[in-house]
Design a protein around this ligand. Structure first.
Ligand code: PLP
Length: 218
């Protein structure tokens, strides 16, 4: 029986091939938010190791135990991070994809030094300039990237976005790619269950897929 994970992996391979890209250049982040450890274990048993969670408390309740059972897990924070949760986030996650304001960037720089922890980071860009969404506005991206990378010395590896719902995401994905390119950033975290193939065509190096792997969230 082919699993949902297999289908997503196959789709990633064909989207990459259609775009003339190598599938190995695209990381699948399996978004396990709201899913129990029992639902996550089968995915780990299939050999998958890269996961995304959007809440610190929830991740703290599941992942220390799962990490004790499965080696080489790579956990990504893909939801908003409050400054007072930075210490806990740095201990739990390998990659933080949601740096979205100077205060948070400064807190991460200070606390990662204190804790001697080195995560990898993405900066979240609010490509649709939506009031309800987190992220740096596109016109402020260049100066914010400079702050994080050059002044605070954070190892920023790329950009992340969540385009507006119910619109063609491609122009937003291409906008993210352009901002990354002019700032010399190589990684693009973009694309979810509904649009990861489009994102791959637009240059995604990482897609964050939940529903298509785990089924609907209740
Ligand atoms: C929930 C979530 C996803 C996954 O969404 P699906 O539509 O279930 O694939 C991806 N990125 C972020 C930031 C999310 O919060």
């Amino acid at each position: 029986m082919t699993s949902k994970l297999d289908s997503v992996t196959r789709n990633i391979h064909s989207a990459a091939a259609n775009a003339g890209r190598k599938a190995t250049d695209i990381t699948l982040v399996a978004v396990s938010k709201t899913k129990s450890s029992n639902a996550i274990t089968p995915i780990l048993d299939q050999g998958h190791r890269v996961f995304g969670e959007n809440r610190i408390q929830e991740a703290a309740g599941k992942w220390p135990e799962l990490r004790a059972l499965y080696s080489q897990v790579e956990l990504h924070l893909i939801g908003p991070l409050q400054s007072n949760k930075v210490r806990q986030a740095l201990r739990l996650f390998d990659v933080i994809e949601t740096i979205d304001r100077p205060k948070l960037a400064r807190a991460i720089a200070r606390i990662s030094q204190e804790e001697n922890i080195s995560c990898q980071y993405y900066i979240q860009i609010n490509v649709g300039r939506e009031a309800q969404k987190a992220g740096i506005d596109p016109e402020e991206a260049d100066s914010f990237i400079t702050l994080c990378r050059d002044e605070l010395k954070l190892p920023v590896i790329g950009l992340m976005c969540i385009p507006p719902a119910d619109q063609d995401p491609a122009p937003y994905f291409l906008q993210l790619k352009e901002i990354a390119k002019r700032n010399g950033l190589k990684k693009l975290s973009m694309g979810m269950s509904g649009d990861y193939q489009v994102a791959i065509r637009c240059g995604a190096t990482s897609v964050r897929v939940g529903t298509a792997i785990f089924g609907a969230r209740s």
